[in-house]
Design a binder for this molecule. Structure first.
Ligand code: HEM
Length: 264
């Protein structure tokens, strides 16, 4: 790959991708909030969804965390903790590989369901199906990097990717040169990965921004739906919040003080 092309694809394109990702997400949120959703098809068909969705989400979350920590933690931090480059690469291949296979099976189930169930197919947009297939291709490329990585278990190639990724996020010029000579499989994986950032704001992937992670730290309260009829007009009961549901009858407010001359 020529120098100029390598620079364009791995020096400039990352910034194009990150800009579209951030600005595009912001604009979509601002302009068309009613389209901001995961587009669940659970009501149409539960079959395969539980296994497919769980395997997919579990796998992709592990991969996401692994990539984030693995690529963006400074090499000096691993060195300070005495974690060898070879060991780190082995862990990435093992943990990422297991998560990748789980995710791959999950997407296969989801794609089968989306493409072959006529009701889901009819209610899927082009982007719903396309993003699933792009993720599948990206995952396949990721898994294909494992045998390539296995040919150099000392971790030196992995350090190149870390230097590149950290150089990009810290705005270092010329970092594309770090990965100029890596295998084409890696390059295709990186390119499609960045393209996923470009596609993100235009697909159902935007729901990732709305992951309810703050639930983990919220102070507890529980909304309880009851089928028991609510008994009328005990003054303390009126103060308790109730949630509408089958058998629900609203609790009347405590009677207002009668005005003189009132007629009811
Ligand atoms: C811009 C985004 C991405 C970048 C820069 C990236 C980069 C990399 C790199 C450098 C490796 C090799 C790690 C090593 O051997 O040391 C790798 C492996 C892998 N990637 Fe990605 N990747 C991206 C997105 C994705 C996505 C979205 C998926 C899943 C859909 C994915 C799935 C995998 C898998 C399964 C592996 C093999 C296991 C592993 O080493 O963790 N990657 N990726």
């Amino acid at each position: 790959m020529g120098n100029w092309l390598n620079n364009a694809l791995f020096g400039w394109y990352p910034y194009v991708a990150l800009t579209v990702f951030l600005l595009g997400s912001l604009l979509r949120f601002d302009h068309s909030q009613y389209t901001w959703r995961a587009g669940s098809s659970q009501l149409l068909r539960r079959k395969q969804l539980r296994w497919g969705s769980n395997l997919f989400h579990l796998g992709i979350l592990v991969i996401f965390g692994g990539h984030l920590v693995g690529l963006l933690t400074p090499v000096a931090v691993f060195d300070a903790f005495g974690i060898g480059h070879g060991f780190k690469q082995g862990m990435a291949m093992l943990v990422g590989g297991i998560a990748g296979v789980a995710c791959w099976i999950g997407i296969a189930l989801l794609a089968h369901r989306r493409l072959l169930d006529p009701r889901i197919r009819a209610t899927s947009s082009f982007s719903d199906t396309a993003i699933l297939l792009v993720l599948w291709a990206q995952l396949t490329l990721g898994l294909l990097t494992i045998p390539v990585s296995a040919q150099h278990m000392d971790g030196h190639e992995m350090v190149k990717f870390m230097t590149w990724a950290q150089g990009i996020v810290t705005l270092q010029p010329g970092v594309a040169a770090e990965i100029a000579d890596v295998s084409i499989i890696f390059k295709l994986h990186l390119l499609l990965g960045m393209t996923l950032f470009v596609l993100f704001p235009f697909t159902r992937l935007v729901h990732v921004w709305s992951a309810p992670v703050w639930y983990l730290g919220r102070t507890g309260y529980q909304v309880v739906r009851t089928r028991r009829p609510v008994t009328r007009a005990r003054p303390q009961a009126a103060a308790r919040p109730a949630v509408a549901g089958p058998g629900f009858r609203p609790v009347p407010e405590a009677p207002a003080p009668q005005l003189a001359g009132g007629d009811d």
